[in-house]
Design a protein around this ligand. Structure first.
Ligand code: PA5
Length: 423
């Protein structure tokens, strides 16, 4: 389902030289003996996931069928990025079924929130608030606003249209939800935000917008099976982790995640959080950044080709995308574009990718790692997410870093709370 191509990566050493270090990190991961081992619930989750919770999700969606055309997801960081990445990758930016998915709780921006509220007046809404801690300020601020909107719009019926994903037993949000009689879905204790897409954090919004969550879990299971061997010759997730380490040692301190489809922009955002929050500690880690080509070749392309040599690129290529467009012929050919008549746009995009790969890696001397995902499906998405989980955990253990905490994020919160007058 995933192929890794390191032939353009310009690595100074063979990935195989890391086999011993990888074996040790793999052992730490699977024996749960390394740093952050109380947050390794995601590792076996594709096999051991809570089947009852999945059935509860499907039943809840069935009970709401036909009563909504808009899903509002209220959450931030790991409590929204995975769902948004899946929705956009699998349904596109303008879904044909007309089902909207709107994300709030990820910003204090008043114009954005005001505009969403205005827009929702015309829509039939289901609200899913997601917060593991139950106390995240951006989410709590938005939830109070959108909960009041729902009650004003639907009265008593709002109760069944508000769904809460949070800790199983504790926290402010859980207490609130129980008090008001909202249906709740549990986030396991041992799975942190950015590793939580396969829990109700991701599965509930995805099921609400009509994505096949069982196929998604099957994809994660296949990845679990394929990536459980520590042998670098057969494990592309570990090869990717080692290639990143080698490039870091060679002086490349930024990794640019490159996609060739606008509907993958949020996959890049999800990837940035996964690697940035997991690896950026103790003065270490690669800066995760992203670009969507060929769009951004017309903005960032110059820097990548000829600017300071600080970055390498990781290209996510998807072999089979769902739709295609044939370039039309034109009798007059005034735009001189007939040389593409009859060609598929997917082919044109692929040639742009091949050309850019050659330009950046050969002439620009920018190392390129190419990850090819076989298909843009729920199964493929599940597979890809687990691939990056495994690669990220391995990358961090190779750096001797705890992949599962984010102590640095607290600093802005302390400063902000003081200014907001929070006790
Ligand atoms: O990865 C993480 O743990 C974070 O990004 C959290 O998901 C984010 O801060 C939101 O936290 P919570 O779900 O507690 O509201």
């Amino acid at each position: 389902m995933i192929k890794l191509d390191l032939s353009h990566a310009r690595l100074a050493q063979n990935v195989g030289t890391y086999q011993e270090a990888v074996n040790q990190a793999h052992k730490m991961l699977h024996e749960k003996s390394g740093a952050g081992n109380d947050f390794l619930g995601w590792l076996d989750w594709p096999l051991n996931y809570d089947k009852e919770e999945l059935e509860k999700i499907l039943k809840t969606v069935k009970n709401l069928e036909g009563q909504y055309d808009t899903v509002v997801v209220c959450g931030i960081g790991g409590s929204y990025l995975g769902a948004r990445a899946a929705v956009e990758m699998l349904k596109g930016l303008y879904p044909l079924d007309g089902m909207e998915c709107i994300f709030v709780g990820n910003t204090f921006s008043a114009p954005y929130i005001a505009q969403v509220l205005e827009h929702l007046n015309k829509r039939n809404v289901v609200l899913n608030v997601i917060s593991k801690s139950g106390t995240t300020t951006e989410t709590a601020v938005a939830f109070r606003i959108f909960e009041k909107f729902m009650i004003a719009k639907y009265g008593d019926e709002a109760q069944k249209r508000i769904l809460v994903t949070t800790d199983k037993v504790k926290g402010t949000l859980k207490t609130l939800a129980d008090d008001k009689g909202y249906t709740t879905f549990a986030i396991p204790d041992d799975i942190g935000g950015r590793y939580s897409v396969f829990t109700p954090v991701g599965l509930l919004p995805l099921a609400l917008v009509g994505i096949d969550i069982k196929a998604l879990m099957e994809g994660s299971k296949k990845a679990y099976e394929d990536l459980s061997n520590s042998d670098l010759k057969v494990n592309p997730a570990y090869q990717y982790a080692v290639a990143r380490r080698i490039l870091d040692d060679m002086g490349y301190k930024a990794e640019m995640f490159v996609t060739y489809h606008l509907q993958l922009t949020m996959v890049a955002e999800w990837w940035k959080q996964l690697f940035g929050e997991s690896e950026g500690k103790e003065g270490l880690g690669l800066l995760p950044t992203s670009a969507c080509f060929s769009t951004d070749l017309h903005s960032l392309g110059q820097f990548i080709q000829e600017g300071r040599k600080i970055l390498f690129e990781t290209v996510l290529d998807i072999a089979k995308m769902p739709d295609d467009v044939i370039f039309p012929d034109d009798d007059q050919n005034l735009d001189k574009m007939n040389y593409l008549s009859g060609k598929k746009l997917s082919w044109v995009n692929h040639m742009a990718m091949e050309g850019t790969l050659a330009a950046h890696s050969e002439e620009g001397r920018v190392p390129n790692i190419v990850i090819t995902l076989e298909e843009d499906t729920a199964f493929g998405f599940g597979y890809m997410i687990y691939f990056f989980f495994k690669a990220c955990a391995m990358s961090c253990y190779l750096l001797d870093i705890n992949p599962f905490n984010q102590p640095g994020v607290e600093v802005y919160k302390r400063k902000m709370f003081k200014l907001l007058g929070k006790e």
